[in-house]
Design a protein around this ligand. Structure first.
Ligand SMILES: [Zn+2]
Length: 233
């Protein structure tokens, strides 16, 4: 019986090494030199080792079966991409005022006329071109964008606004100009744009367009209401 690499591996300890006793059985002097495995593979097995393998034949066969089991690689599940192109195309057609029978080339031409973008050279690039345009449409429709949001906070932390706010608050003596409540009534006084900034940005620092409202009244007032409530109490 010749020693194989399977035999040697079977003799490994649980920690993946070899004991001195095992090595002596294999005919290896302690300490073992590098390459000892290759030196003994294919050589004849000693008597006590043959006895050992005969005793643990079942165990060894089980070990061999496990070791030589072919590894089945699991196929990775491929996620199908949702085709959103028809929807994008529909959106673009709507924006360009084209009917649903327009060819991709026709759509690209319309985009070219509207934006000045160069027309894609090959037929298969048309969908990409339409996708790019629809993305721009989407971006434009998402308002307010980050830049505009930061403008809002910039305005309320500007010096000009704080000065205007101070004048308006001192004029009204810190009272709500609609219900007469003040901070001592447990409300917060807001300086409010009577004609909202969203619709009348040119009046954002106009003192005639500013009034004071308590938090409750301000909550009740909608963003579109430009009723002049000043000194109505
Ligand atoms: Zn009020």
């Amino acid at each position: 019986m010749l020693i194989t690499d399977e035999h040697i591996e079977f003799l490994k300890t649980d920690n993946g090494g070899y004991t001195k006793k095992t090595l002596l059985c294999l005919g290896i002097d302690w300490p073992a030199i590098r390459g000892w495995k290759n030196n003994i593979i294919g050589t004849k097995m000693g008597d006590d080792l043959r006895g050992f393998f005969k005793e643990s034949e079942d165990k060894f066969n089980l070990f061999r079966a496990k070791r030589n089991k072919p590894v089945i690689k699991k196929k990775r599940a491929v996620r199908k991409k949702k085709d959103t192109y028809p929807k994008r195309r529909e959106q673009v057609l709507k924006d360009l005022g084209l009917n649903e029978y327009a060819t991709n080339a026709g759509v690209c031409l319309a985009i070219h006329n509207k934006t000045g973008w160069p027309i894609p050279g090959r037929k298969n690039q048309y969908p990409k071109f339409i996708t790019r345009y629809s993305r721009q449409l989407n971006r434009a429709s998402k308002l307010p964008n980050r830049k505009q949001r930061s403008k809002v906070t910039d305005f309320y932390s500007s010096k000009q606004w704080k000065e205007a706010r101070y004048i308006v608050l001192s004029k009204s003596e810190g009272r709500c100009q609609l219900c007469g409540a003040s901070a001592s009534d447990g409300v917060q006084i807001h300086v409010d744009h009577i004609k909202p900034r969203s619709t009348h940005p040119e009046l954002e620092l106009d003192l005639d367009n500013l009034g004071t409202l308590c938090s409750d009244c301000n909550l009740g007032k909608s963003n579109y209401d430009d009723y002049d409530y000043r000194n109505k109490f």
